[in-house]
Design a protein around this ligand. Structure first.
Ligand SMILES: Cc1cc2nc3c(=O)[nH]c(=O)nc-3n(C[C@H](O)[C@H](O)[C@H](O)COP(=O)(O)O)c2cc1C
Length: 187
């Protein structure tokens, strides 16, 4: 069965995790497998530009990111969810994506044609700039990003609030449906 990998970039068991689980449920309802990886508790370092990935076919930093890359290689879809911190994505997510992207383009371009996109969760503002920031990763790595009925943004501060954002959750569910259907069509 085709698989979609989701990364949850919140350090809390909070809104982003709940929103991603709604998205994953819709993808599963549409016949695909999902797995969610949580960055919570991991210490993801930034790319050191050592260039060794081209030779060893994985990242040279031993902090667990290569396990995520292995899961990603087996997946047809890739969705990232992040809380908004000062109008941008969390730093550890960007560190992870920069290393994943560099390993991909230094090896066999395993990100090519993966379907997915970003989801941003915030109390009040900064979701659109965060989505734009994350799209730079998707679009330079030959990936396919479907839309939804709105941008993939959800509002909430404390745990449980985002799931109450009816329009936000509706948008995320539709996005999940589009990811699943696109994967089925192109594979
Ligand atoms: C350091 C920090 C910066 C934040 N910056 C923003 C922000 O720019 N805009 C906003 O609306 N919310 C901001 N928030 C609130 C979080 O985005 C919001 O609480 C979100 O629901 C957290 O998601 P989580 O429960 O998955 O961790 C910030 C929170 C923290 C801890």
């Amino acid at each position: 069965m085709e698989k979609v990998l989701l990364i949850c970039a919140s350090p809390r068991k909070g809104n982003t995790a709940q929103v991603l689980s709604e998205c994953a449920r819709v993808i599963e309802d549409n016949g695909l497998e999902t797995e969610t990886v949580y960055l919570r508790g991991k210490k993801i370092e930034s790319c050191t530009a050592c260039g060794k990935c081209a030779k060893i076919q994985k990242c040279n930093i031993d902090d667990g990111l290569n396990d995520i890359i292995d899961k990603l290689r087996e997946s047809k879809g890739f969705i990232v969810g992040t809380p908004v911190y000062f109008g941008t994505a969390r730093g550890d997510l960007m560190a992870a994506l920069q290393r994943i992207g560099y390993v991909s383009m230094s090896t066999d371009n395993f990100l090519s044609w993966k379907v997915g996109g970003p989801i941003a969760v915030a109390r009040r503002g900064g979701q659109t700039s965060t989505i734009q920031e994350l799209l730079m990763f998707y679009l330079i790595n030959d990936m396919i990003v479907p839309g939804s009925t709105y941008w993939n943004m959800v509002f909430g501060l404390e745990r449980g609030e985002a799931i109450e954002d009816e329009e936000g959750i509706r948008t995320i569910k539709r996005f999940g449906e589009n990811v699943a259907n696109l994967i089925k069509k192109i594979n």
